[in-house]
Design a protein around this ligand. Structure first.
Ligand SMILES: [Zn+2]
Ligand SMILES: [Zn+2]
Length: 351
């Protein structure tokens, strides 16, 4: 089978490798669609600890497919089932795992990060992923490409749930990347009015074309734009979906009393600490939240939102490739062309 393997910084190779064998407690998944994200781009640019010439890693943590083979001891799952995968596998023992927050486990492992992932015709689903619920069964008429991007959408959903969004809220999203657009979709679903801010007019124009009620702003007077957008009231909701410290500081003065903020995008370590005016939080009684990754419970809720048709994310899949075109896909994702870049495996079945 073909696999996209990372060997080190700027060194990924599409290679022919054997279809992996499974034991009695594992599942072999035929991958149908797998999506690139910023994490893949960063791993390709900078490499990843433990990955080198002697220990390459198959990338890909956003994916869906069909169960090909099931070990004798595996409960419930059957060959032919269409499934999507939450990629973070918790240790199962710590307090956070016991609370269902496998994604916050100190010892979690993840497909395509520190174990082989899904930019390959087949991927092995290990026993701990099966028994901890990382597999979600899809409908009989699955949308594989959409299902592959449930993972980042569920991360946005995790942040969304912390902000008590109400219909009619004024919301600002800063950053029109895939995550920012996913946040806009969830906010719209909840009845919020959304202003999307980004430096790229071109990106905002595309977002506006797929999101009819969206307002956008690309200039250098964000306070003025928010003032006009909220008729002077200030924001109820703000989400920073980018890695700029200045944005975290800049959104707080734009908030209305009781406003809710989600610092979704992490800030590079070397740029911490970020200087913010904590009096704004104090006097305006703001709720400032953070979120990272997503729980399996949130992941399954989002599968349901998408499969039920309540949330259409097909327009976020702007570019589709075969595995042979993977390097072009990663270059395009890095250059912030389009929204989501998906590898589909229909074209290159190995048998
Ligand atoms: Zn991702
Ligand atoms: Zn744990």
């Amino acid at each position: 089978m073909k696999a996209l393997r990372l060997y080190g910084p700027k060194d990924i190779r599409i290679e022919e490798v054997p279809v992996p064998a499974i034991n009695e407690n594992e599942i072999l998944l035929k991958v149908k669609a797998a999506a690139f994200c910023g994490t893949d781009v960063r791993m390709w640019q900078y490499g990843y600890p433990g990955v080198d010439e002697s220990k390459p890693l198959t990338l890909g943590h956003e994916f869906a497919g069909v169960i090909e083979k099931v070990g004798h001891n595996v409960p419930f799952y059957q060959p032919g089932m269409n499934v999507a995968l939450q990629p973070n596998i918790g240790c199962g023992l710590c307090d956070r795992c016991v609370a269902g927050n496998f994604h916050l486990c100190d010892n979690y492992r993840a497909f395509g990060i520190n174990m082989d992932g899904a930019f390959a015709d087949y991927v092995v689903i290990p026993e701990d992923a099966i028994t901890r619920g990382n597999i979600t069964v899809l409908s009989d008429t699955p949308l594989f490409a959409e299902s592959a991007i449930i993972e980042p959408l569920s991360c946005a959903y995790s942040g969304f749930t912390k902000m008590q969004v109400e219909p009619g809220d004024y919301a600002l999203v800063v950053g029109a990347g895939p995550i920012g657009v996913m946040h806009v979709k969830l906010l719209h679903l909840a009845g919020a009015k959304v202003l999307l801010n980004d430096l790229s007019e071109e990106r905002l124009a595309y977002c506006k074309s797929i999101l009819p009620y969206l307002e956008t702003y690309a200039g250098d007077d964000l306070p003025g734009a928010v003032e006009a957008f909220t008729s002077g009231k200030g924001l109820d909701i703000a989400i920073t979906a980018n890695p700029a410290p200045s944005v975290q500081a800049a959104v707080l003065p734009l908030m209305n009393y009781g406003g809710r903020v989600n610092f979704f995008g992490g800030i590079p370590k070397e740029k911490q600490p970020v200087s913010i005016d904590t009096n704004l939080i104090h006097y305006r009684e703001l709720i400032v939240t953070g979120s990272t990754r997503s729980s399996i419970a949130h992941y399954r809720r989002v599968v349901n939102l998408v499969e039920s048709g309540l949330l259409d994310i097909s327009d976020l899949i702007t570019d589709r490739y075969s595995i042979e075109e993977a390097e072009t896909a990663i270059e395009n994702a890095k250059a912030a062309k389009g929204i989501k870049h998906i590898i589909e495996f229909n074209k290159c079945l190995t048998r």
